[in-house]
Structures are given as C-alpha cells and as structure tokens.
Write a new protein. Structure first.
Ligand code: 3HC
Ligand code: NAI
Length: 690
C-alpha cells in the first residue's frame, strides 16, 4: 500500500485505486507501488478479478510530462502493461473523467474497459510532439481498426464514452457509481470464466483495416502536418501495427518515441503545454472574484460581433449596443450569418444556433448596460471616442461592473484616468475573429483592482480562451513585437527580395503564411489608416493602397487573386513598382537569402520581447511564447519566439543583431541588455511574481 496506490476488496474482486492529484499522472511514485500491487494480486488465489480505478476528478490523464527528458526510473509504463498482460484473471479499467495518453495505454493493458457516460478517451501525445509510447499505437488499432486509430492518434482529439463503446474501445458504459458497476462487471466476467484475451492478442480491428484507405488518409494527414515530425511518426507507427507482428511494431513504436522525446519540436511543445497553464496564474490565487452573469458589448463591428459570439458560445447572455438601429441590425445579421455557416458545415446544430441567438439582446440605449457585470467596448480606435464611451459607462454601469476596452494600441491608463472608477478598468484584447482565436491579452492598467483582474482571468478560461496578463504599452505584447517584425519587411523588398521570397522564408520556417499573404488577407487598408493616423509611412504598402489594392477583398494587393481565389499569384506590376521605388532611393537590388530574411525580421522581434520583459510588460518569457503561438501563428514546433531564441542561441542572435545594427544603424537591431545577459546565461531571467 502507498499513499498513491491503494488496494481494497469487494468480495473476491480486488480494487486498485490510483490517487495522484490533480490528474493521476503516472509518476514514478505511482508506477512503483502499482507494479507491486499488480504482482501481488496476480499471485493471490483469493482474487478472482481486478478493477483499476482512480480517485479524484479523472482516470489517469497520462504519463507524468515533467519526467520526460530525465532518466527513466523503473518500472516504466511499458513494464507495467507487460505485467498486466501476464495476469490470467480478468482485469478491468474503470474510466471516469479522461483516460489520456499513458492512461488510456494502461487501460489498453487490461482485458476490459468500462466507462462513465461522461468519460473521454484519447491519445493526445501528438500535441506534445510525441507519439503514444506505451503501446498505444499498436494496441488501439486492434480494437478500433487502423483508420479510426490513425485519426485518433494523429489528431490527438479524445472521443466520448458512447463513441468509444461503438468503436469497440470500451466494453460497457455506465451512469452512477462507476466503481460499483465495474466490480459487478468484473465479477460477472470472472464467473463466466476465461480464457481472457489480452488486447495484444486480439485482431478484431486489424482484420477490418483497408490498407489502401489507410494510406490515402495517412497521406492526407501528412500534408497537413506542416513541418511537424510527430504526426508523421504517429501515422508510421499505426501503419506498423497494421502490417507488422505485434512485437516488431511495438519495438518500432519505442524507437520512434525515443527519437521524438529528445527532439527540439517535442521540447517546444511540452514547453507550451506548461507555459499556457503558467500564463493563467496570478500571484494571490485566493483573490475573490466578482460575479459575472451578463456581458455588455459596445460596437457590433468586426471585433464587437466576434466578442459577443465568444461569450454567447460560452453560455453568457450578451447585451450588444450600437449607435443606430441600422448598425445594430447589420451587426446582428452578421452574427446570424456566421452561425448559419457553422450549421451548414455541420459544426453546430440548428437547435444550438437558436439557443445561441437567444442569448443576444440588441440595444441603442446605454441605459440597457446597467444590468451588465462586464462591459467591453469595441468601438473605433480613437481616444476621443473611447473616452466618450467610458464617460457614458461611468454614468450608467452598476457599481463593481468591470469596464474593458478592446483597444489595439491606445493608453488604457489614460482611458481609466478619465473616469471616476479606474480600479474597474482593464484591457481585454481579443484577436480577430474573436469567436475563433484562442488568445486573449488581458491588460492590467496601473489602477486595475486585483479582483477585477482575477475575475477576467477566470472568465477567459470559462469561454475557452488562453489568457495572458500583460501591462500597458503601445501594442501590448503581440502587436508591439509584430511592429518590430514588420519594420524590416519593406526594407527587404527595396533591397531586392520579392514578396513571395519573403513569404516563402516564413512558410518554410513553419508559419501558416508570410507577412504579405497575411497583409492581403487582413486588408492592407487597415495598416494604411493606422500609419496615416500616426504620421508613419511604408512606401510600397502605401502606394498599393493609393492604387486601391487592399488585398484579397479587392482582388489585388501584394499578390493578384483570381475571382474568389484565396491563394494569390505574384504580380509583375508590384515587382516593377518595388524596383521603381528602390531606384528612386538609389538602392541597387541584390540577391537576398532566406537566412537574412529570418535574421532581419525575427531577431528584432525577439529583441523587442527582451525589452518587454525588462519593462515587466510581460511577467515571463513563456507568456510571450503563448501570445505568439495562439495569436499570430508562430509555429508550435518552435515553441514561441523566446523559446526559439534559446534554440537558436542568444549569442548568435546578439552577434547578428550587432552586425545589422552596424550595417543599417536602425534601433530595432540594437541588442537589449536582457538579451545580452540571456546570451551569456542561456536563459531569460524573469521573475514571474513581479
Ligand atoms: N503530467 C504532469 N502534469 C500534468 C499532466 C501530465 N500528464 N496533465 C496535467 N498536468 C498538470 C498541469 O500542468 C496542471 O498543473 P498546475 O496546476 O501546476 O498548473 C494540473 O495538472 C492540472 O491540469 P489542467 O490545468 O490542464 O487541468 P484541466 O482540468 O483543465 O485539464 C486534462 C485536465 C484534460 C487532463 C489536461 O491537464 C491535459 O490535457 N493533460 C495532458 C494530457 C496528456 O497530454 N496526456 C499524455 C501525456 S504524454 C504520455 O502519456 C506519453 C505516454 O504515451 C508514454
Ligand atoms: P469596426 O469599424 O469593424 O467596428 C466598430 C463598430 O463600433 C462600428 O460598428 C461602429 O458603428 C461602432 N461604434 C462606433 N462608435 C460607437 C459608439 N460610441 N457606441 C456604440 N458603437 C459604436 O472596428 P473593429 O475592427 O471591430 O475595431 C474595434 C476595436 O477593436 C478597435 O479599438 C480596434 O483597434 C480593436 N481591435 C481590432 C482588431 C481587428 O482585427 N479588427 C483586433 C483587435 C482589436
């Protein structure tokens, strides 16, 4: 017996309970006593059957991720499963909550699996840059078939108990006290008598696998992997399970796992797993939270509509305010259209659509916001307009209501200082489309009350957002670093790179698209208007906008778009324009390689990240990574800009920045003191409690 694994008896059925909060991960201190318990029960003639269950909120959620990269302490998971499979009496996994990764693999080592109706089962290792390393790729297809196993393992998405039952992964689904049901199930099976076949010796699923269909699906999935190694390895491992004898496939799975676990990509993805959870932690976790029942959103444009949908999708009623009935109807119409698209794609039922639409209450009267507990404005990006809106909120909002702005750049301290309750003001910077994008930058202003902040961090999780708390500065974390990244793109064009060369360097790096493809998609006029308001210029982009080339929406931008096409083709007119502008400036075009493109765009971005840390705008380097991966498509296999800086080597980055500073004299290339210290120590010295 141990604190983490307890054995009890219900007549001749032994019940092994794993109790390792919070998620019953299979740490060494669980594996060791579990092995002893299994060996002892195997030889105990008074035991007719064994049930493995878990205490707390979930079945085993996987191997202990914190142990990866360290020497393995025996017994490892595979040894546990081998031992399970030597037990001649029936073994039953009783699954509630989630059986994930090594947890599901442990359950696959049992003869039978029973599940609570609300349970979810999956092998999400791919999301950590891994494949299931405890025999999951070899055993799962034996129950559910090769194609279904391929889909589950390559996507990493868990399935519900009912689907698992239909697929043959689970033998029975129960409601009510699962352990009691599992014990009765085990006793009944034992009474009927064996022999009981371990999953490794079953071939139900394998027989029905059509290898041609499998290969077609695997090829499709590989195309979508975008440079990630794990999905390809997952597909290979499942194919081995279908085509090779069990032991050979298992050995191949192990070899692939060992390669992946030592790879930079997996280290990066594991870093992001913990970074996302850290980012949501505030000092003083017991800070009380304010009650949030109804949300107010001001402005039903691009952002306001999406923000309202994000809350309605999370189950919150929303009051949506516009300046006129016409603008309101337009906004509500767009929301309805968006839900209709989801219905037509099959991701939402007609019923759910009706329920969500019923959450909205439109209004043109500020007095209607008096019943809201959190009000978010998403009106035009103009300080005078924002202040006017906050002045009205000051007059009508209930005491203690949280007043938030979705501003991209404006000074939230100034907005807060313009009303009588600055303690209730903060920034909620959503990303477009706000109902889809996971990231939420929560901006803490100078006077924001801790309970207001704690409330929105909690609320963000409830509506499925990944929250990062940041401080006030121009552009906060994401847009400020984006500006640093963008500053050299124009210069590279003028010096001889084409838009498609630059975009290709980005997509080869792993970004979903490059800066010019992104600009064309978002609309070049947005940046143009922004620059004009701030007295800035970008000669190529400005000229394109003057010619009415706003990107995809006008069919022409940096690229040309055939009617309805989303992918652009290079436009000789744009290339001629770039050459003319370069000639006007006396710049002689030269060949520019991908390495230079990456150095001159991404290194300044990391440099800006270092300044953000120095100024304590972000609390941790990993928070910056969370922003960039979830808000801007930074490749997950590289772990975010600050993690990637570690891979790239701080010393190299400083040396190249200094080189470009000497060449250009531009401030973006002047290494920040913190970056220089990181180059010496190899790590970002940040104090998360600051
Ligand atoms: N190992 C170590 N710690 C883990 C963990 C794991 N497998 N899973 C979760 N944790 C930790 C989290 O870091 C967090 O710690 P914190 O409180 O100190 O921040 C805590 O447990 C609670 O986690 P969440 O905040 O994520 O809790 P939720 O209730 O929101 O979600 C969950 C629960 C769905 C189980 C989610 O934690 C999850 O998806 N976990 C990872 C599951 C996974 O990837 N399993 C596969 C692991 S790899 C593996 O098994 C390899 C094998 O094939 C050999
Ligand atoms: P938008 O122009 O699409 O929508 C603004 C809406 O606000 C319009 O429908 C307008 O009628 C309404 N409005 C203006 N003044 C109002 C008032 N006093 N009361 C009620 N409604 C009013 O603008 P968009 O793009 O939605 O931007 C809104 C805010 O969100 C800006 O601050 C912007 O910087 C920020 N933002 C924009 C992002 C984007 O990608 N578009 C991303 C993140 C933030």
């Amino acid at each position: 017996m141990s604190d983490f694994v307890k054995v009890s008896r219900d007549g001749d059925v032994a019940i092994v309970i794993i109790d390792n909060p919070p998620v019953n991960a299979l740490s060494f201190h669980v594996r060791d006593p579990l092995m002893h318990a299994l060996v002892s029960l195997r030889g105990d003639v008074s035991v007719a059957a064994i049930v493995i269950a878990c205490a707390g909120r979930t079945f085993v959620a996987g191997a202990d991720i914190t142990e990866f990269g360290k020497p393995v302490q025996q017994p490892d998971l595979r040894a546990l499963i081998v031992t399970l499979e030597t037990i001649a009496k029936p073994t039953v996994a009783a699954i509630h909550g989630t059986a994930l990764g090594g947890g599901l693999e442990l359950a696959l080592g049992c003869h039978f699996r029973v599940a609570d109706a609300g349970a979810r089962l999956g092998l999400p290792e791919v999301k950590l840059g891994l494949l299931p390393g405890g025999g999951g790729t070899v055993r799962l297809p034996r129950l559910v078939g090769g194609v279904k196993a391929l889909r589950m393992i390559v996507s990493g998405t868990p399935i519900g108990a009912a689907e698992a039952h239909a697929a043959g992964l689970v033998d029975a689904v129960f409601e009510g006290d699962l352990t009691t049901h599992a014990v009765n199930f085990a006793r009944e099976i034992a009474r009927k008598g064996g022999p009981f076949t371990p999953v490794r010796d079953r071939d139900d699923g394998l027989k029905e696998t059509d290898l041609r269909a499998f290969d077609a699906e695997a090829a499709d999935l590989a195309r979508k992997a975008r440079g990630l190694e794990a999905p390809i390895a997952c597909a290979q491992a499942v194919r081995n399970a279908v085509t090779l004898p069990f032991d050979e496939a298992l050995a191949a799975e192990r070899a692939l796992f060992v390669t992946l676990v030592g790879s930079d990509q997996s280290r990066a993805q594991r870093h992001l797993f913990f970074a996302e959870r850290e980012a949501a932690k505030l000092p003083g976790k017991d800070t009380p939270k304010r009650r949030i029942a109804r949300i107010g959103v001001i402005g039903a444009g691009t952002m306001g509509g999406g923000i309202a949908m994000a809350f309605a999708n999370g189950g919150y009623p929303v009051t949506l305010l516009e300046t006129s009935g016409e603008a309101l109807q337009r906004g509500l119409g767009t929301i309805e259209k968006n839900y209709a698209v989801s219905v037509s794609r099959g991701s939402l039922t007609e019923d759910a659509k009706r329920q969500r639409l019923a959450q909205f209450k439109g209004s043109t009267d500020h007095a209607d916001l008096a019943e809201c507990d959190l009000i978010i404005e998403a009106v035009f990006e103009d300080m005078a307009v924002k202040k006017e809106v906050f002045g009205k909120l000051d007059a009508v909002a209930k005491p203690g209501a949280i007043l938030a702005t979705n501003t991209s750049y404006l000074d939230i301290n100034e907005i807060a200082g313009s009303i009588s309750r600055p303690q209730d003001v903060l920034g909620l910077h959503f990303f477009s489309p706000a109902n889809v994008m996971k990231l939420l930058e929560i901006v803490r202003a100078e006077k924001t009350a801790p309970d207001a902040l704690a409330t929105v961090v909690d609320l963000a999780r409830r509506i499925g957002k990944v929250a990062v708390v940041v401080g006030v500065c121009h552009g906060f974390v994401g847009n400020r670093m984006l500006a640093a990244r963008g500053s050299e793109s124009e210069a590279l064009l003028l010096e001889g790179a084409t838009p498609s060369q630059i975009d290709k360097a980005f997509t080869d790096f792993g970004w979903p698209m490059g800066p010019f493809q992104m600009g064309d998609l978002a609309g070049l006029d947005i940046g143009w208007r922004n620059r004009k308001a701030r007295g800035l210029t970008a000669v190529i982009a400005d000229t394109l906008c003057e010619q009415g080339r706003f990107g995809q929406k006008t069919g022409r931008g940096f690229y040309l778009y055939e009617a309805g096409a989303r992918a652009g083709v290079p436009d000789p007119e744009v290339e001629a324009l770039i050459r003319d502008k370069a000639a006007e400036r006396g710049i002689e075009p030269r060949a520019i390689g991908a390495e230079e493109i990456i150095e001159r765009t991404l290194y300044p971005m990391i440099n800006e990240g270092a300044k953000i840390l120095e100024e304590k705008i972000a609390a941790r380097a990993s928070d910056i990574d969370v922003v960039w991966v979830n808000g801007y498509g930074f490749p997950i296999g590289k772990g975010g800009p600050m993690f990637w800086a570690g891979l790239e080597g701080g010393a190299r980055i400083v040396e190249r920045l200094e080189h470009w500073f000497r060449q250009t004299g531009k401030d973006v290339f002047k290494p920040a003191p913190l970056l220089k210290r990181m180059a010496e120590t190899g790590s970002w010295e940040t104090d998360a409690t600051a």
